[in-house]
Design a protein around this ligand. Structure first.
Ligand SMILES: *Cc1c(COP(=O)(O)O)cnc(C)c1O
Length: 386
């Protein structure tokens, strides 16, 4: 029987019962670039840290087990992971990409991948049937769910069926949910991407990225590409992510609990026009989320009544940090229009529903009463000024 996910965050079953690390409970950091060979043509299994490093490998095995993949590859950032899998494609290939996506991914596709001859069609996969956009040269579908920042919920199983029937790869960026709440491979995806900087690391202190797959052909190709291009995660950062992952479950639960409480409170506030959170029963993706995930996460998008009020909130936060990123223990608030989605063309941004009064909250694990108290005091000040 498969062990529970909290146990898998802490223990790697295949590494148990071995004594080579003097019984160290915390996996050692192998801070080495290279490895001495025992003899001519012989190897310890490790030759050079761009190819393999025990600390990175241990982390990769833990992440593969959390997502249910045959392998995981650890990168120096989420964008390094996404950049690498784009190398699976050739000039002339076409990808269908969800329109409401992390801005950095859109920047990569538009300003780097296109130059390399890869073509993209951005599709709002919630409102449109992706089958209509499949062309002769379409090779893959790339989505996030819930989407960033509009929190549209896409039915992974449904998209996977379409992708399979046309022999397309389905790639899911699972950053917002983490493997604790959602496992796209089990729903039919071929590749899962994570910005490990977010929930997996969880402490707003380390950049990392992951690609997880359950297909051997893709694994072999990705391993070759990683060895060749060299964006593997460093031993120390691998250790930091390993340490972060140990508490993934309790962090996800606590931040989700806080998010639920804050969302209920935000709904009652006069300066908030709309609260978008898939944990709300009235959210259109609520039922799909219940079917394909084990929770709703702690990302909340709000529309404030005016741009002035939105900007004033950003000016006045103190304990809550006005900062890019998400998924850490500290609560962060961001302004998608000029931060995460600054490089998304304005008409696309507006079409996706991101306005100049849209704010995105990543709820942390503080006491929810303190978070609400800060917001309450800010809203009162903001209302007075304007
Ligand atoms: C942050 C993020 C990325 C990029 O990851 P980095 O670690 O910042 O390079 C990709 N996708 C999503 C959904 C993200 O939130």
């Amino acid at each position: 029987m498969e062990r529970g996910i909290n146990t898998r965050c802490l223990h790697l079953e295949s590494a148990e019962g071995k004594t080579e690390h003097y019984g160290a409970v915390s996996y050692p950091i192998y801070q080495t670039a290279t490895y001495a060979h025992p003899g001519a043509g012989k190897s310890t299994g490790y030759d050079y840290s761009r190819l393999q490093n025990p600390t990175r490998e241990h982390l990769e095995k833990v992440i593969a087990s959390l997502e249910g993949g045959i392998d995981a590859l650890a990168f120096s950032s989420g964008m390094a992971a996404i950049t690498l899998f784009m190398e699976l494609f050739q000039p002339g290939d076409h990808l269908i990409v969800e329109a409401d996506l992390y801005g950095g991914s859109i920047r990569l596709f538009d300003h780097v991948s296109k130059k390399n001859g890869i073509d993209f069609t951005y599709v709002n996969c919630l409102q449109n049937d992706i089958q209509k956009y499949i062309k002769e040269n379409t090779r893959a579908v790339f989505v996030e769910t819930p989407t960033n920042p509009m929190m549209n919920v896409l039915d992974i199983e449904k998209i996977a069926k379409i992708a399979k029937s046309k022999d397309l790869l389905l790639i899911v960026d699972n950053t917002f949910m983490s493997p604790y709440f959602q496992n796209p491979l089990k729903l039919g995806a071929d590749i899962v991407i994570h910005s490990g900087t977010k929930y997996l690391g969880g402490h707003n202190d380390t950049l990392a990225g992951f690609i997880i797959t359950n297909r051997e052909d893709i694994r072999d190709r990705l391993r070759f590409l990683l060895k060749t291009t060299g964006a593997g995660l460093s031993p120390f950062d691998s250790w930091l992510i390993l340490r972060g992952v140990k508490t993934l479950g309790i962090r996800m639960e606590q931040s989700q609990k806080n998010a639920m409480e804050i969302v209920e409170w935000l709904k009652e506030q006069s300066i908030i026009k709309d609260v978008i959170y898939p944990g709300l029963k009235e959210h259109p993706g609520h039922e799909i989320m219940k079917k394909q995930a084990r929770g709703f996460g702690s990302m909340v998008t709000i529309h404030v009544d005016t741009e002035e009020h939105a900007l004033a909130i950003l000016e006045k936060v103190r304990m809550i940090k006005y900062a890019e990123s998400l998924g850490g223990v500290e609560t962060l608030i961001t302004y998608p229009a000029t931060q995460t989605h600054a490089d998304v063309p304005e008409e696309v941004r507006i079409r996706n529903g991101i306005t100049n009064s849209t704010l995105r909250l990543s709820i942390g694990i503080e006491d929810s009463g303190d978070l609400i108290a800060e917001l309450k005091s800010i809203f009162a000040q903001v209302n007075e000024v304007f």
